[in-house]
Design a protein around this ligand. Structure first.
Ligand code: 5RP
Length: 262
């Protein structure tokens, strides 16, 4: 497999493969969204099939629901699962406290609801996602379509009073039309460059009527599994305060996954 994939895809695959090792028979598992999460769904389906694991999976987007269902994983809605043992998801950024920016793939609302309804959230990432301070990646904020321009104006006024380096905002587009989330909302991307106080910003954003949720995940992630292109892994565990080292072997059987690279 390793010959066909880019180093970044090998890193995502390594993190995904290591992270599905946390899943045990009988668990209810939240499935994240994005290219790294897609590797995880494929690894999980392969493991479930090989070991005959009985899992119930709650996806965080229509995209992930389709992928998981196509691969034979049992998909149920969150309201049926009610509470999950574990959620595994990707991220756009993570800092030293394992706080995150998510939502680059537009699924932040379901992702936050599912991760918050889980005993444990494990994030899978390659080294490009690790930052000193959050904010280089534009922060996604989900807003309802009604009055979104007023919401945007209120948001820009709020940013004037907060410790951020940049303050421009943009409506996420899908071609010529505004991007629409699975919940029928729009996304405003905040180009902040550097966020001084992510916790304060997350709370302040959600006070504005019209904002449904923001992409800052504060104190939600428990573990980041960081993959590298050579198969080496770092496991950052915020509750244990440890950083462990591991290594994934790229096996011939992993050729099964080459179609997932995107
Ligand atoms: C989707 C997300 C994704 O987890 C995030 O965008 C990372 O995606 P990728 O693994 O493709 O880099 O938050 O809303």
């Amino acid at each position: 497999m390793s010959a066909e994939l880019s180093p970044i895809d090998k890193a995502k695959f390594a993190a995904a493969k290591r992270a599905v090792g946390y899943v045990k028979d009988g668990m209810k598992v939240g499935l994240g969204t994005g290219s790294t999460a897609a590797w995880m769904v494929r690894c999980l389906a392969e493991r479930a099939q090989r070991e005959g694991l009985k899992l119930q999976c709650v996806p965080t987007s229509t995209r992930t629901a389709k992928l998981a269902g196509d691969l034979g994983l049992k998909v149920i809605p969150l309201d049926e699962a009610k509470w999950l043992d574990l959620t595994i998801d990707g991220t756009d950024e993570f800092d030293g406290d394992l706080n995150l920016i998510k939502g680059g793939g537009g699924a932040l609302l379901q992702e936050k609801i599912v991760a918050t309804a889980s005993d444990q959230m494990i994030v899978i990432a390659d080294v490009s996602k690790k930052v000193e301070a959050l904010g280089a990646f534009p922060l996604p904020v989900e807003v309802i379509p009604f009055g979104w321009q007023t919401t945007k104006a209120l948001l820009e006024e709020l940013l004037e009073s907060l410790d951020v380096m940049g303050r421009s905002t943009s409506l996420r587009m899908n071609g010529d039309a505004a991007y629409v989330t699975d919940e029928g909302n729009h996304i405003l991307d905040l180009h902040l460059n550097r966020i001084g106080d992510a916790r304060q910003l997350a709370m302040a954003l959600n006070q504005i009527p019209g904002i449904v949720e923001n992409g800052l995940f504060i104190d939600i992630c428990d573990v980041v599994v960081l993959g590298s292109g050579d198969g080496s892994i770092q496991v950052h565990d915020i509750n244990q305060g440890t950083i462990g080292e591991d290594k994934i072997d790229f096996l011939e059987t992993d050729n099964l996954f080459t179609d997932l690279a995107d």
